[in-house]
Design a protein around this ligand. Structure first.
Ligand code: SAM
Length: 287
């Protein structure tokens, strides 16, 4: 592994902000490469830190918006990229950032007349692991503004996001993510690729946003809520989980019509099967 040269300055890393900086040059390259050609794209980077990825992104992206919560790091980044007109550094909490507001609409004379002129973005980041789930949920709900995500997360999270139905890691996170797009786990990294090394292994995944709600004929908010019910108690059967929210008879009728055995566990059901069941339950008026 080729490592970036160590910084001479006294370490100011804040473990509470998930500051484990990437020092593996090959991994930096692979993460940025995974975005493909971004020369005409807008890229949002979550948590640029000491610019391990930002430096490469600034060279390649048409426009780069880097969102960093740490005030000191944000100020350093602003100085470092002040001569780069395609780079904006936002000092903000990514969980509070409205992607729509940050991105704006397509520039040009038709800007205010064209409702479909939304800028879509690529999102990249070595995430602060302490808020991974919140960031993922936020990004999923902004799916209309995002084309591709390339994210470094804890290995177990990447395994869950990318897991296929029926496998050990498949669960609520997998089902929810896969309703929003296609997920591919790219590679893993050990703690030695970071400074300071985290206690866990890490992995990078790519997700191409392609929501399936219309195709599966379900409404987004209702179906996401339904998935939570279905995976509420992972070891229980669907029939037992359904009892938490539906009338017993309605639930068993819907299971028959959706052709799902009552003793099946949620992790063994495909998204098509889940959607069939949700549609049948919606017909009972009890959803
Ligand atoms: N991208 C850099 C790298 O790969 O070396 C830093 C990654 S480090 C794992 C996570 C970064 O996210 C840190 O710079 C941290 O300060 C920043 N961060 C933590 N919480 C944040 C939040 N809520 N919003 C934006 N950035 C945050």
């Amino acid at each position: 592994m080729a490592k970036a040269s160590p910084k001479v300055a006294v370490s100011t890393k804040k473990p509470k902000l998930g500051q484990n900086f990437l020092v593996d040059l090959d991994a930096m390259q692979r993460i940025v490469d995974a975005l493909g050609d971004i020369s005409a794209k807008t890229v949002v980077e979550i948590g640029p830190g000491e610019a391990a990825l930002t430096e490469l992104l600034a060279k390649r992206a048409g426009r780069l918006i880097a969102v960093e919560l740490d005030r000191v790091l944000a100020a350093q980044l602003r100085m470092r990229f002040s001569q780069k007109p395609n780079v904006e550094i936002l000092e903000a909490d990514i969980l509070q950032v409205e992607l729509g507001t940050v991105l704006g609409s397509t520039p040009g004379p038709l800007r205010d007349l064209r409702p479909t002129g939304l800028i879509k973005t690529q999102v990249v980041g070595n995430l602060p692991y302490y808020i991974t789930s919140d960031i993922l949920l936020k990004l999923f709900s902004a799916c209309d503004r995002i084309e591709t995500l390339v994210l470094m997360v804890q290995k177990e999270v990447a395994d869950r996001v990318a897991a296929a139905p029926g496998t050990r890691d498949y669960g609520l996170l997998s089902a929810t993510a896969q309703m929003y797009g296609t997920v591919e786990k790219l590679f893993e990294l050990g703690p030695e690729s970071f400074d300071p090394p985290p206690k866990v292994r890490s992995a990078v995944f790519r997700m191409v946003m392609k929501p399936r709600f219309d195709e599966l004929k379900v409404d987004e908010s209702g179906f996401v809520r339904f998935l939570k019910i279905m995976f509420a108690q992972k070891r229980k059967t669907v029939s037992n989980n359904l009892k938490l929210a539906y009338d017993k008879n309605d639930a068993s009728d819907a299971l028959i019509r959706a052709e799902i055995a009552p003793a099946t566990r949620a992790e063994a059901i495909s998204l098509e099967g889940m959607a069939r069941l949700y549609r049948e339950l919606s017909k009972t008026g009890n959803s």
